[in-house]
Design a protein around this ligand. Structure first.
Ligand SMILES: [Zn+2]
Length: 518
């Protein structure tokens, strides 16, 4: 029987970073591979719908890239290209998440299609709104004409990542701790930066020369390069300083000082610590690979960078499956990344990704939450009962997972008496170290308790100073369960609702926030 001629992917042109980033005097472009689909004008696709809002909608045929040979002037001026650019970057980001996680990824709102308004408002800003199920991209007058965030790779990938993380970890938008708000921002920057880094042709162009000299590959020189710059055009327009990106987190000097600096309470600023820790690790592994190769050929150097960035992208995205469902802190994310990478590549001896990551975080005073297995999460303790669980249902049925949880509440130390519900059960397909496909599943459960402040003490939790005894308090907690292909629990990532240390910190933070903003 003949197989139908199916094209799963297609290529489309985008602006590699933004119009301010030039190569040989022209805007640096990239051709990216994204899922193929028959689009309606807009473009309007199965997951991304660009809202033309009175402008001419962009028509993208399935076999042709309408802007493959367009002039720079046209890319800047044609609103249809702004639509294509936003659509293609968001589709690539979505596809990268789905590839890393081995499943479809939903948005954080009911519905399948995320709307994008490419010229939403005249302001140097852009944001994701779950309420309107959309990404709103602004524009503003710059020194050399209008600046469109719809032409900024980093801004679009950043906002798209907010939407994806919202789909995977609903409660991370809740006020919880300085780390949780910062995690959203830092993670979104990280995905944007690594996505550019994983395009070898763009890295080669940004290195600036086909034949490199050793000093081009010094850590100091590379830290200054556009590879580590987030949103170049927007940064230089806002700051009025030529060449100043919005953020260049890698230049934060590694130390634990930031923990005492009030400036790092602001989510974007604090998010930079996460970016700096990961990007320093990337730089270190990349340079180590180049030393082993002994090459100065820009394309070879770029291929090594892209390969390293791609592995870090997988590690960072897969880590979301190993993160607690509520109240994340940086140390949890570090343990989650180390676990995700251990699962993908048990042997880490060649380039020592995990060792390097651990060292890089520790230079910022950050240690993994897990005390065992070099910072990765360990298997659950205690004897678990599986005799009344059905493997098949355990991989897709929330009630079956709840039953497993209920039967094992003692060994898993799940708090009794709290409102407990299983929020999701999702398959996670990955290729094991032996090359075989493994079908695992990931379930999240949430626990919630409402009580007056006076009731905290019997849980060992301190009410913040000044909180009235009858003040209503809501506590959140929960865990992530990873089942292997045989339905056995491999990892239980917990954020216990009765973890006094964490709840004390969270309540103190939220109470202080409330006092600041009555
Ligand atoms: Zn953001």
């Amino acid at each position: 029987m003949a197989t139908p001629n199916r094209r799963l992917t297609r290529k489309l042109s985008i602006i590699a970073q933004d119009p301010a980033v030039r190569y040989n005097g022209k805007i640096l472009r990239a051709e990216i591979e994204i899922p193929a689909e028959r689009l309606l004008p807009g473009p309007c696709g199965y997951r991304i719908v660009v809202d033309a809002a009175g402008e001419q909608p962009c028509r993208i045929p399935i076999h042709r890239d309408p802007f493959a040979t367009a002039s720079d002037e046209r890319l800047l001026a044609d609103s249809r290209f702004h639509a294509q650019n936003s659509y293609a970057i968001l589709m690539r980001t979505l596809a990268r998440f789905e590839q890393a996680l081995g499943r479809r990824v939903s948005w954080g709102f009911p519905g399948h299609q995320l709307r994008v308004a490419t010229h939403a408002f005249q302001q140097a800003n852009a944001f994701y709104s779950a309420r309107t199920k959309s990404i709103l991209l602004g524009y503003f007058p710059g020194t050399e004409g209008m600046v469109y965030t719809a032409l900024s790779h980093d801004v679009i990938a950043h906002e798209g990542t907010h939407a994806l993380v919202h789909g995977l970890r609903r409660r991370y938008f809740d006020p919880s701790s300085p780390d949780q708000a910062a995690f959203h921002e830092g993670f979104a920057d990280l995905i944007a930066l690594l996505s550019v880094f994983s395009l070898p042709s763009v890295v080669a162009a940004l290195l600036g020369s086909a034949t490199l000299r050793p000093e081009h590959l010094s850590p100091e020189h590379l830290r200054e390069s556009l590879l580590f710059a987030m949103a170049q055009q927007m940064g230089q327009e806002i700051s009025n300083v030529r060449g100043q990106p919005l953020r260049r987190s890698i230049q934060i000097r590694p130390s634990a000082q930031w923990k005492r600096d009030p400036a790092f309470a602001e989510p974007h600023r604090r998010g930079e610590i996460l970016v700096a820790a990961v990007m320093n690790a990337l730089l270190e592994v990349w340079l180590c690979r180049l030393r082993q190769l002994g090459t100065l050929d820009a394309y070879r150097v770029a291929a090594e960078a892209a390969d390293t960035a791609d592995r870090l992208l997988s590690m960072a995205i897969r880590a979301l499956d190993f993160c607690p469902p509520t109240d994340i802190v940086y140390s949890d994310f570090l343990s989650a990344m180390l676990t995700a990478d251990r699962e993908m590549s048990p042997d880490d001896t060649r380039f020592q990704f995990r060792q390097t990551m651990l060292k890089s975080f520790s230079r910022f005073g950050l240690r993994p939450t897990s005390k065992g297995d070099h910072g990765a999460w360990e298997p659950p303790e205690g004897r678990l009962h599986y005799d009344r669980s059905h493997l098949d249902s355990l991989q897709r049925d929330r009630d079956e997972v709840f039953r497993f949880l209920w039967e094992n509440r003692k060994p898993l130390r799940v708090r009794e008496g709290a409102d407990t519900f299983v929020q999701s059960v999702r398959p996670a397909v990955r290729v094991g170290p032996d090359g075989f496909v493994l079908r695992e599943s990931v379930a999240e459960y949430i626990q919630k308790m409402r009580l007056p402040a006076s009731g905290l003490r019997r849980m060992g939790i301190r009410a913040p100073k000044g909180m009235p005894a009858d003040h209503p308090v809501t506590l959140w907690g929960g865990g992530t369960l990873i089942f292997d292909e045989f339905g056995r629990l491999k990892v239980h990532v917990r954020n216990r609702i009765d973890n006094a240390e964490r709840q004390n910190r969270r309540l103190a933070y939220l109470w202080a926030l409330r006092q600041e903003r009555p």
